[in-house]
Design a protein around this ligand. Structure first.
Ligand code: ADP
Length: 414
């Protein structure tokens, strides 16, 4: 019996040893593969040594790359922070420390509120965590401190990345620009209005003078009147822009007859259109419901669109303004048979200062009319768009909601 037990134990030992030998052989093979060791003569110790060497080299390379990325992050001049899953700053570059006035390393471990001393940061981070992206602008130390634009993006790996940009200088320059434009436009408006009025009177008198006024002189007077009209339009647009930018533009939402407004706006531009040799037609559908809007501001949109339509039309090219109801909106459109807008420009045409081609316009322009028109229409809860084919003309349209019985209200410009 004892002999049997001894025999079984011996057999187990032999099998176990064989098993261990095979396992060790398998592991060394694996290590050879992992370590890319292609010397068949190398023993297990040599293979392990080479694998460790490779692992250490890889670790060093990752560390150097990480250091390089940190250096690059600082070079960009923007602050970069990572807010981890636990809601605390896990990483922050040097620029972030400088912007937030912290000693090196002073941001890690803090919550965004502690880091920025501003509650909105938490909201931006939470929004990015939920929706993938968010952004906002914050002024540090209330109004005097630097102004930072903050962009938050959810990381595909962990947490939320925050990118900070110092826009203090940009905002200061924008303020100077706005004040300059505002002052200049105010200074220009009064003398220009006088010149415009005089030019209009002169043109009327020249027309009435018949053959006593030589045709060349009449032409020149008409030109002076048209060009003065452009100048008045430009100054008005610049003033509008500064009002919109300062938030002073207020719309009074009331009942507005868009058809009547279209007729009145066309009348305002009739003389200008005649001088340009452009017939102007108004086509208003009967029985239109009133819209919810501000008479003066919607009138300004129509005048801007009509002014452009005439300006970009050839001599004899008709301009038609149409107003119709569709669903719970009233749509006004201004169609011309002029230059048209190239497809590539359609996406940008409502941007501030954008002009398709500076060389092609008689009478120039500020590039602000359509941006202001869009702003006004959006303030009314409406939309504005253009359909156009280069060389064949354009139709600019806007839709505003029909007035409901809810009553009038007041909105400040955003
Ligand atoms: P402005 O007319 O002062 O240049 P706008 O903002 O009114 O500025 O228009 C921006 C640009 O859009 C114009 O410069 C012109 O290139 C293009 N545009 C606007 N209206 C028309 C139109 N009816 N036909 C052709 N191009 C137009």
């Amino acid at each position: 019996m004892e002999l049997i037990i001894l025999g079984v134990a011996l057999a187990c030992l032999v099998i176990g040893a064989e098993f261990g030998r095979r396992r060790a052989a398998v592991d060394v093979d694996r290590l050879r593969r992992i370590g890319n060791v292609d010397a068949p003569a190398a023993g297990p110790e040599e293979v392990v040594r080479r694998v460790v060497e490779r692992a250490e080299a890889a670790e060093r390379s990752v560390e150097l790359r990480a250091r390089d990325l940190v250096y690059l992050a600082d070079l960009t001049g923007v602050g970069i922070l990572l807010v981890d899953e636990d809601g605390r700053v896990a990483l922050a570059n040097t620029a972030a420390h400088v912007f937030l006035d912290r000693a090196p390393g002073g941001l890690v471990g803090r919550t965004p509120i502690e880091a920025f001393v501003d509650r909105r940061v938490e909201e931006i981070v939470a929004e990015a965590r939920a929706g993938g992206a968010a952004s906002g602008e914050i002024a540090l130390n209330d109004t005097d401190g630097p102004v930072l634009v903050l962009r938050a993006r959810r990381s595909p790996v962990r947490g939320v990345w925050l990118v900070l940009e110092d826009v203090t200088e940009l905002r200061r320059l924008q303020q100077i620009r706005a004040e300059f434009i505002d002052n200049l436009s105010h200074e220009l408006r009064t003398p220009l209005s006088t010149v415009s009025l005089l030019a209009e009177t002169l043109a009327r008198e020249a027309d009435a003078g018949g053959s006593a006024v030589p045709p060349r002189m009449r032409d020149r007077i008409a030109k002076i009147e048209v060009e003065t009209g452009h100048l008045v339009q430009m100054v008005n647009e610049l003033l509008d822009l500064s009002r919109i930018e300062s938030g002073a533009a207020v719309v009074h939402l009331d009942e507005v007859d868009l058809g009547g407004l279209a007729r009145a706006s066309a009348d305002r531009l009739r003389l200008f259109a005649e001088r340009q040799g452009v017939p102007l037609r108004v086509d208003v559908a009967p029985g239109l419901p009133p819209v919810r809007g501000d008479d003066a501001r919607l009138g300004q949109v129509l005048v801007n669109l009509l002014h452009n339509a005439v300006k970009f039309s050839p001599n004899g090219g008709e301009v038609v303004v149409r107003v119709r109801a569709e669903g719970d909106e009233v749509i006004a459109s201004v169609q011309d048979h002029g230059l048209g807008v190239p497809r590539s420009a359609i996406g940008r045409i409502f941007e501030r200062f954008y002009k398709v081609d500076r060389a092609r316009v008689r009478g120039g322009g500020t590039g602000l009319g359509l941006a202001i028109a869009r702003h006004v229409v959006e303030q009314h809860g409406g939309r504005i768009w253009v359909e156009s084919e280069a060389g064949r003309g354009s139709t600019f349209s806007f839709a505003v909601p029909v007035h409901d019985a809810g009553g009038a209200s007041e909105h400040a410009a955003g």
